[in-house]
Design a protein around this ligand. Structure first.
Ligand SMILES: [Zn+2]
Length: 113
């Protein structure tokens, strides 16, 4: 089901959790990219927003991201519900999902959550 991408889903979820975790806050793929670029490993990749478009589309599909506007390659979102940090019962590592999301799987060990 999931495609391989340069950008980790977990890193994007963590950025949203840390910076935009309220349903009335609007944020864009450009802003997410700016946060990714604060990490050396991503800055060296010279990312384009299209490099993680598939990840954001998947997050729309799961019921996490609510697309609200688009201007060329810039997409604006809100959250349907806040993300919650919980530790996976199988591997014990942190995950960030909205309670309403469907098909939740641990990004570390792939266990169903
Ligand atoms: Zn796990």
């Amino acid at each position: 089901m999931s495609t391989t991408t340069k950008v980790s889903r977990q890193d994007i979820r963590k950025i949203i959790f840390d910076n935009y975790n309220e349903t009335d806050v609007r944020f864009s793929n450009d802003e997410i990219m700016a946060h990714l670029n604060e990490q050396n490993s991503y800055r060296e990749m010279e990312l384009d927003v299209l490099d993680f478009e598939d990840v954001l589309l998947e997050m729309e599909g799961s019921g996490m991201l609510r697309p609200i506007a688009q201007n060329f390659n810039t997409r604006y979102y809100r959250l349907w519900g806040p993300l919650e940090q919980t530790n996976c019962k199988t591997c014990g590592r942190p995950t960030y999902f909205a309670s309403s999301e469907e098909g939740k799987k641990c990004p570390h060990c792939n266990a169903k959550l």
